[in-house]
Design a binder for this molecule. Structure first.
Ligand code: ATP
Length: 234
């Protein structure tokens, strides 16, 4: 197993956000975590990337317990994150934003830049444009591209489709597939459950800080309870 989240409990002050979440991600997979607003999806990703401390349980990456390893070291170990809300630097150009993603690494980043520009031709065309003047979809591409600059073994994506027009949503999911086919394991958090389940190999459903279901993604697409709660009509 590449990444194991074992029975983690996470609190914000006295309020428990996660009450024993376990998620496993195998090398090469796309795994998605779906759930309603406030269920604990973002908190799970932040705990994996080291932005939130856990009060119980463990995070194991490539067989090593990293629960106490600081976040910036986890990036160097191969855990890349594209955060919810994108968090790009609005005054910096596209290229500068991408290079910031790799600031902790030494050496020439030319190859990584070329790879990201190959994946996102739109970013290549706009490499000298200020990040803050890009459209929502372009900023989302930039945030994903920035996370790829460290060549992560696993890419954590928090709501990559949030706030985007339907056509762009499809593009983002197509790109997630390509990223995975090129060898990057993906853990995807989404409210857009249908498309997440269509692209993922396996899925977990989280409700109020607990995993209530784990199954192959195709199975959950046909699960009546999942359909009623998360897939709406159709
Ligand atoms: P969303 O899709 O709305 O982002 P989510 O599934 O990602 O939802 P989290 O953001 O992980 O959910 O939130 C899980 C729980 O923790 C919620 O009850 C939320 O109110 C609480 N929470 C999240 N961040 C904080 C914070 N900074 N301080 C206090 N409580 C928080």
């Amino acid at each position: 197993m590449l990444l194991e989240v074992n029975d983690i409990h996470v609190h914000y002050g006295k309020i428990a956000a996660l009450h024993g979440v376990s998620v496993q991600v195998d090398e090469g997979e796309i795994v998605t975590l779906i759930g309603a607003n406030g269920a604990g999806k973002t908190t799970t990703l932040k705990t994996i990337s080291g932005l939130r401390p856990l009060s119980h349980g463990s995070i194991v990456f490539e067989g090593r317990d990293i629960s106490r390893v600081p976040g910036h070291k986890r990036v160097l170990m191969g855990i890349g994150q594209s955060p919810e809300g994108r968090g790009i630097f609005p005054g910096m150009t596209v290229t500068e934003n991408l290079l910031m993603g790799a600031y902790a690494r030494k050496g020439d980043m030319g190859r990584e830049l070329d790879e990201v520009f190959g994946l996102f031709p739109r970013l290549a065309e706009r490499r000298t444009q200020a990040g803050g003047t890009m459209s929502g979809g372009e900023q989302q591409m930039l945030a994903i591209g920035r996370a790829l600059m460290t060549n992560p073994r696993v890419l954590l994506l928090d709501e990559p489709s949030m706030g985007l027009a339907p056509k762009l949503i499809q593009q983002i999911f197509d790109i997630i597939k390509v990223i995975n086919e090129r060898g990057t394991t993906v853990l995807l958090v989404e409210q857009n459950a249908r498309q997440a389940l269509q692209v993922a190999h396996r899925a977990y459903v989280i409700e109020t800080g607990r995993i209530v279901k784990a199954a192959p993604a195709a199975e959950l697409l046909d699960d009546p309870a999942v359909r009623a709660a998360y897939l709406g009509h159709g």
